[in-house]
Write a new protein. Structure first.
Length: 475
């Protein structure tokens, strides 16, 4: 009602027109008061929200889009009732209910909420061919919002309660390199929760093949921010918060990933950023930057990496037995800046940051600056694996628990890791060297009288003397 009153007040300053009031959305189809703004109270008797103001656009030939654009059923009236909103494009227009459970204490699906197949098909079938009574109204409303983004509404704002979904939401999928589209999804602080113990990606868009990936990756950008994505799935079943392939300069900001297998998966995401995000109980990996290899036909390490992408000012709370916080695979010049690890001695991760640039082409570098570690690490705080002339730069570590600080693995070539300005780590912490081609440079890492301790065991060795140096602190 606040939105309707605000719109009416604003509208009155510009137009001297009468207004009509309708109870349900479908009443617009037979409304003949074309000179009046029509204020609709709600969608229908099953869905109390989703009302708004509509104006008649005469001779409008654009296709109907339920909840947003309503065609008249009156003879001789070619036109459309088009929703007007002075605030933002919203999933509430398409039937979101924000119910955690149905009145019968069952999952909040259409079936359990009393919708009939006719109700659901009339609303959504033209737009979502695989719609089912086992879907939730919130899933359908969010999916309709993303479909509308492909029709020219490039910004959607969530709000007015949390959402409960049962399967993947398909993000808008630009398919032409000439589109050059920026999609904005403003979460507005809301939570999206899975009701399904089977794993799926909450938000997903993957190209059908590498040809399409190359066509579209510079043409579409996503800004997704201010959300909580909360899974229900168990470890190892593939649940993902966001999975996107083929994008450029996208930003994922202030998103909380919880109880998922992997928080975010970016493939062929060039120069994109994960900023101020938080991951709690992401059982496999929190933040993944990689190539499309194995994800769509024709993609391989050199032609589909997430080069020059960054994880900035983000955090992980360790899920016990987790593989890595940040994993960078087959992508060059990626950076991790200001990363925090929580969880304490009772929770273990194999790696905090795992970097493998081996499959990239010419530039195989990666950079880590600023890690604050407060959790147990079983393998290495930071692992670097690179072929050829890979260069890894690691600086500004503060680690509260003894571990292997940095591991360098060089299957071939002469990769080098530069370590500098490690402000604190417990005595007995080690460095790990694998392969014959690696080189180490250390500056302001160890105290004046201290030398590095090299990890021992199968596959590990101390680098030959001419391939490592230690410039001591001055005090």
């Amino acid at each position: 009602m606040k939105k309707i009153l605000s719109f009416l007040l604003l509208f009155s300053f510009h137009f001297d027109v009468n207004a009509g009031f309708l109870k349900y959305l479908n009443e617009l189809k037979t409304c003949d008061q074309f000179e009046e703004v029509q204020f609709v109270k709600s969608i229908d008797s099953l869905t109390p929200g989703g009302g708004g103001a509509f104006v008649w656009i005469e001779k409008d030939l654009q296709a109907e889009f339920w909840g947003w654009r309503i065609k008249s059923e009156l003879n001789g009236k070619p036109g459309t009732w088009v929703r007007q909103d002075v605030f933002s494009f919203s999933p509430e227009w398409f039937g979101a209910l924000h119910l955690k459970i149905s009145p019968s204490l069952l999952p909040p699906t259409f079936r359990n909420l009393g919708y009939t197949e006719t109700d659901v098909r009339q609303r959504y079938l033209r737009f979502i061919p695989d719609i089912s009574l086992d879907d939730t109204p919130d899933w359908a409303a969010l999916q309709m919002s993303f479909l509308a983004m492909d029709k020219g509404i490039y910004a959607v704002t969530f709000g007015n309660g949390d959402y409960y979904i049962n399967r993947s939401l398909r993000l808008p999928e630009t398919t032409r390199f000439t589109d050059n589209t920026i999609y904005l999804i403003e979460g507005n602080g809301t939570t999206i929760t899975s009701i399904n113990e089977d794993g799926f990606a909450f938000f997903e868009s993957i190209p059908k093949n590498q040809r399409q990936g190359l066509d579209i990756f510079t043409a579409r950008r996503f800004t997704i921010k201010n959300l909580i994505l909360r899974g229900k799935a168990k470890a190892g079943n593939g649940s993902v918060g966001i999975r996107i392939g083929a994008t450029f300069h996208s930003i994922f900001e202030n998103i909380h990933f919880a109880n998922l297998d992997t928080g975010i998966v970016l493939r062929h995401a060039m120069s994109s950023e994960i900023v101020r995000c938080n991951a709690v109980n992401c059982y496999s990996v929190c933040y993944y930057l990689g190539s499309g290899k194995g994800a769509w036909p024709g993609a391989n390490a050199p032609n589909s990496g997430s080069n020059q992408s960054r994880v900035i000012g983000s955090r992980m709370f360790v899920a016990d037995g987790q593989y890595a916080g940040v994993m960078i695979s087959n992508s060059s010049e990626c950076r991790v800046d200001d990363f925090t690890v929580d969880g304490g001695a009772e929770r273990h991760t194999a790696f905090v940051i795992h970097i493998n640039t081996g499959g990239t082409t010419t530039v195989k570098d990666a950079f880590v600056k600023g890690v604050h570690g407060e959790a147990a690490v079983d393998s290495a705080l930071i692992k670097c694996r690179g072929n050829g002339n890979a260069l890894f730069d690691i600086s500004d570590l503060f680690v509260q628990m003894k571990c292997t600080l940095v591991e360098l693995e060089t299957p071939s070539g002469y990769a080098q890791v530069n370590c500098s300005n490690f402000s604190y780590f417990p005595p007995g912490s080690t460095l790990a060297h694998k392969g014959n081609g690696g080189a180490w440079s250390m500056e302001n890492v160890f105290e004046k009288k201290t030398e590095p301790i090299w990890k021992k065991g199968k596959g590990y060795s101390e680098p030959i003397p001419e391939r490592w140096r230690n410039i001591k602190k001055l005090f």
